[in-house]
Ligand binder design. Structure first.
Ligand SMILES: Cc1ncc(COP(=O)(O)O)c(C=O)c1O
Length: 457
């Protein structure tokens, strides 16, 4: 199985050709999911005692299985948070896999971790955090948020023995991403939600803190603000929240998993004022920094606190911490031990293109949202729910009910034309089903947006 043979070499060439074709294509197929039974009927038994052979398996992949995936970098994939990895980054993802690097410890992955850290320095510089701040690449925003919450909770526990026996409490708003609530469950802390999907203001946070019982106040250890809500691209009052957190002695985490890329865009950088005062920040390069999956990042003002929370101890791991092997060990700063050097494709792409090209590509996402906003205003059958924010646009098709949005989504998807999905927007106490664009891919054109809106007529 580990021998090199001519068939395997030929196969590698086929795979490279497939990869080159996929990297070069400008409009990949959107892809249509199939039920598991349908896929099974198409490909049959693939895991057998003797194996079906690489060629057969690869052909099944190309013929049937790949076609059941959505290409998230399609220019008319505007649902959820799409992705658009650069071609250089995808290419280097292949190199990353082929290089077989263990990215947990410097002793094994010095070259790869060095590159990751160079890319990380650029990301940290965008935040304006003070000297000493640093971060690591994680599998995504969820893992980054979890790593940050664990660090915050462990720090809080270290402050006072009483905190060690209390169940912690964090405050965020209903606009925060679902992963905050999900990860709070993992850590077993309570979450108090300020009831606004709009910008979480410092004043609303202060009122919420003031309304806590003494027992709740004692359990409160962190506030999570959002630097670009996933649903609507709204940036919380980061400066106001930072001031309150400093006054109240609370950890301030900012989830900028989606919006963090926009820190590189001069046109909107001012909206993030206050981010430089955070204790920790999540930014997902696999969203608006054009990195292939899976590449998130968690950044700490004081990385030593993360190390105290996450560094794993074990006799077989001691050598990694020895002077002779010592360097920066990414596993010390987040929840994962074994990890691929997932920041390496980003490093290569940044090194290839330079940070200026990133700025331009990110500005394009912002511009596309403005273009979409104008097109929506010009058409009588659609209207904006709110002004575009970052690269998110919420709009309604006048006269449609929730089923119409769902039907339209499926129809466009089935045709392989576009993937645009509905969401809900809360006004007062009512939730309305509306449509949503999220722009990431700089190759999306005004014509693409026109065509999608036309399909709603
Ligand atoms: C604001 C925000 N936080 C966290 C996440 C979760 O990130 P991931 O899917 O990379 O775990 C997302 C995903 O869309 C997000 O938009």
């Amino acid at each position: 199985m580990h021998k090199i043979d001519i068939d395997l070499v030929n196969m590698t060439l086929d795979v490279m050709k497939y990869a080159i074709d996929r990297i070069s294509v400008t409009e990949p197929k959107i892809g249509i999911p199939k039920k598991a039974e349908e896929l099974k009927a198409l490909v049959g038994e693939t895991i057998t005692p003797k194996g079906i052979g690489g060629e057969v398996a690869f052909n099944l992949w190309k013929e049937h299985l790949m076609k059941a995936n959505v290409s998230i970098d399609h220019p008319r994939h505007l649902a959820f948070v799409p992705a658009s990895p650069t071609r250089a980054a995808i290419m280097f993802d292949l190199v990353t896999s082929a290089s077989s690097i263990h990215g947990a410890y410097w002793m094994e992955g010095a070259g790869g971790i060095f590159c990751e850290n160079e890319a990380m320095k650029w990301i940290v510089s965008l935040t304006g955090l003070p000297e000493g701040a640093f971060g690591v690449f994680t599998s995504g925003g969820t893992a980054a948020n979890l790593s940050a919450i664990v660090t915050a909770r462990e720090y809080w526990r270290s402050l006072n023995d009483k905190n060690k026996v209390e169940k912690g409490l964090i405050i965020t708003s209903i606009g925060a991403h679902s992963s905050i609530k999900a990860m709070a469950k993992v850590v077993d802390v309570d979450v108090l939600l300020v009831d606004t999907e709009d910008r979480l203001e410092g004043t609303a946070l202060q009122e919420t803190i003031d309304s806590l019982t003494q027992q709740q106040r004692q359990r409160l250890f962190a506030v999570v603000g959002t630097g670009g809500t996933t649903n609507a691209g709204i940036i919380d009052d980061l400066d106001g929240i930072a001031t309150i957190c400093a006054k109240e002695g609370l950890w301030f985490h900012i989830d900028a998993a989606y919006g963090g890329g926009a820190l590189a865009a001069d046109s909107v950088r001012h909206l993030f004022k206050g981010i430089e005062k955070a204790d920790s920040i999540t930014i997902d390069p696999h969203k608006w920094m054009f990195s292939p999956y899976d590449c998130g990042a968690v950044i700490y003002k004081n990385p030593e606190l993360a190390k105290e929370a996450h560094s794993q101890q074990g006799s077989y791991l001691d050598i990694f911490k020895d002077e002779g092997a010592h360097g920066f060990n990414p596993s010390d700063y987040q929840i994962q031990l074994t990890r691929r050097v997932r920041g390496l494709p980003l490093w290569f792409s940044l090194a290839t293109h330079g940070t200026e090209r990133y700025k331009v590509a990110i500005e394009r996402g912002l511009e596309l949202a403005q273009i979409a906003g104008k097109l929506i205003q010009d058409k009588p059958y659609v209207e904006l729910v709110r002004d575009p924010s970052l690269s998110c646009v919420l709009f309604r098709r006048i006269g449609w009910n929730p089923e119409d949005y769902t039907h339209w989504t499926y129809e466009n998807h089935k045709k392989g034309f576009a993937l645009v999905t509905p969401t809900k927007w809360k006004t007062g106490t009512a939730f309305e089903t509306v449509s949503r664009f999220c722009f990431i891919n700089p190759d999306t054109t005004e014509k693409d947006i026109e065509m999608i809106l036309d399909s709603m007529k």
